[in-house]
Design a protein around this ligand. Structure first.
Ligand code: BES
Ligand code: ZN
Ligand code: ZN
Length: 497
């Protein structure tokens, strides 16, 4: 989608007219440039109460001599905020059909930069479909949307820069979705690494390092190796550095990247197993966030680590009963090979300590238990620092991506460290609190500052996106498939928070 911004009211293609609940006529400020017959038609619709302006509702008008239009509801005026404008923008794209054409003009006047920006952001985010694998006839292929936002005289420069930032961030969200939606026969650990490598070439200030299977074995990445060794597609770790030469502490993101999770020897049931292609959603989130930051020219240093593996059953797969040694040196008793995300993350979190980061946030489609707890409405959020957890929760609220605080209790840590034969165990004693025990397990692998034995643990948060990375029907920023959640949250946290 191409977006341009300009004052003035001439309309290219279909007019998109955002209206508050209870609007009885086209606002005077919108009248300029509006064909009299289209205006009369819209006024008639509003007077008859046929379009009420409810948030996210749309009504299309075709066939008149005044051109085509789509009315879109902004909801109640006194409740208007960036969230309602973003949702209304997304509703335009969701409700758009071929007859609307590819040229759209959004008629704003008297609106703030922030609200117009949010409306555009909603359009950008929702303008996504994954059809790389569909054979399409040339004539069915649609050209890119060309959207013009009309604003008041003098607003154009500021609105343009806001729109450019939204477009850069949306490109990160779309990248995260592309990675997640890609079928697992094409999205395997090395394919992800290759894509990251190719992607980095376009930016001078980005570097990608790939730790391949042999190097991972040599380095002692026992968790990553254990999970990936059962697959012909070997595991790897990918490290992204933005402005890596800058000194000082920086945010560090870690992502679970299981490109397909069969469960391994503790094989999953067959129903919906195809959805386990999304089990690399954590790695997609951090890759997408790096794209959002790099494409908008973020000047600070940010590092990301993705732990890529395919969890397969085979004669050389990890077994329940095995004891492995993670990069940290701690041993892990494997009680269920389907609890594999925490194993690859144990190495990613430990590796993060090498960068002496300001904080670490990991993203993972970690547990079905988190979906039981929070449904598809919120990500589970744990942290070893209450203030930091609140900052992430606030950043999520600011962009309408809910992350709900969950408890990191000593009892859960005890449960995950009471193996009879190893330092830790990868399964809780029972099935209760499964999302919390998983978080408590991860905490065992968050290093202290400079790896000092009695030092302070690095500030860390864990985000379980098992319920929010896909299948969230109430997320109106996306039609189906991967949501690309939390690229915007973390972009907001890093750039504003
Ligand atoms: N990738 C799954 C978690 C998952 C399940 C995400 C359903 C989204 C939807 C993870 O690797 C897993 O299998 N976890 C197990 C852990 C259990 C064996 C302790 C689970 O949640 O059942
Ligand atoms: Zn699993
Ligand atoms: Zn998994």
């Amino acid at each position: 989608m191409k977006v341009s911004v300009s004052p003035g009211h001439n309309i290219n293609g279909t007019l998109i007219l955002p209206l508050f609940e209870g609007s009885e006529a086209v606002p005077e400020s919108h009248e300029a440039g509006l064909h009299t017959s289209l205006k009369a038609q819209i006024n008639r619709i509003l007077q008859d109460g046929d379009f009420k302006g409810k948030l996210k509702s749309t009504m299309s008008i075709f066939g008149g001599e005044g051109g085509k239009a789509m009315l879109v509801g902004l909801g109640k005026e006194d409740e208007a905020d960036v969230h309602s404008y973003r949702k209304a923008g997304a509703a335009v794209i969701a409700g758009r059909k071929k007859v609307h054409g590819t040229d759209l003009t959004v008629g704003f006047s008297g609106s703030s930069i922030e609200l117009m920006g949010a409306f555009t952001e909603g359009m950008l985010l929702r303008d996504y479909s994954y059809d790389h694998y569909k054979k399409q006839d040339e004539e069915d292929k649609e050209s890119e949307l060309d959207v013009r936002i009309t604003c008041d005289e003098g607003q154009e420069d500021e609105l343009s820069s806001a729109v450019n930032i939204h477009a850069g961030v949306a490109s990160g969200v779309h990248l995260s979705r592309d990675l997640g939606n890609c079928p697992p026969n094409d999205m395997y650990p090395e394919a992800f690494a290759d894509q990251a490598w190719e992607w980095a070439k376009q930016y001078d200030d980005v570097e990608v390092t790939i730790i391949n299977y042999d190097q991972a074995v040599k380095a002692g990445m026992g968790g990553l190796v254990a999970v990936g060794m059962g697959s012909a597609r070997k595991p790897c770790m990918v490290i992204f550095e933005l402005n890596g030469k800058k000194t000082g502490r920086c945010p560090l993101l870690v992502g679970k990247g299981i490109t397909f999770d069969t469960g391994g020897i503790s094989l999953k049931p067959g129903a919906n197993m195809d959805e386990m292609k999304y089990d690399m959603g954590g790695s997609a989130t951090v890759f997408g966030t790096m794209q959002a930051l790099a494409s908008t020219g973020h000047k600070g240093k940010v590092v990301a680590i993705t732990c890529m593996a395919e969890n397969m059953p085979s004669s050389n797969a990890l077994r329940p009963g095995d004891v492995i040694t993670s990069l940290s040196g701690k041993t892990i008793e494997i009680l269920n090979t389907d609890a594999e995300g925490r194993l690859v993350l144990s190495d990613g979190l430990w590796k993060a300590g090498e960068f002496d980061p300001e904080y670490i946030i990991d993203f993972a489609t970690l547990t079905g238990a988190c979906v039981v707890a929070l449904g598809h409405e919120a990500t589970g959020l744990w942290s070893n620092d209450d203030d930091f957890r609140t900052r992430i929760h606030d950043a999520g609220n600011a962009v309408d991506e809910l992350a709900w605080p969950m408890p990191l209790l000593p009892a859960f840590e005890k449960e995950m460290t009471n193996s009879k034969i190893a330092d830790t165990r990868n399964l809780g004693a029972g099935r209760w609190g499964g999302a919390n025990t998983a978080a408590a397990f991860l905490k065992q692998f968050v290093p202290n500052r400079n790896y000092e034995k009695d030092g302070e643990q690095i500030t860390w948060a864990h985000m379980d996106i098992a319920g929010t990375y896909w299948g969230a029907k109430t997320n109106s920023m996306v039609g189906n498939g991967a949501t690309g959640i939390h690229v915007r949250t973390i972009y907001h946290l890093i750039t504003n928070g």
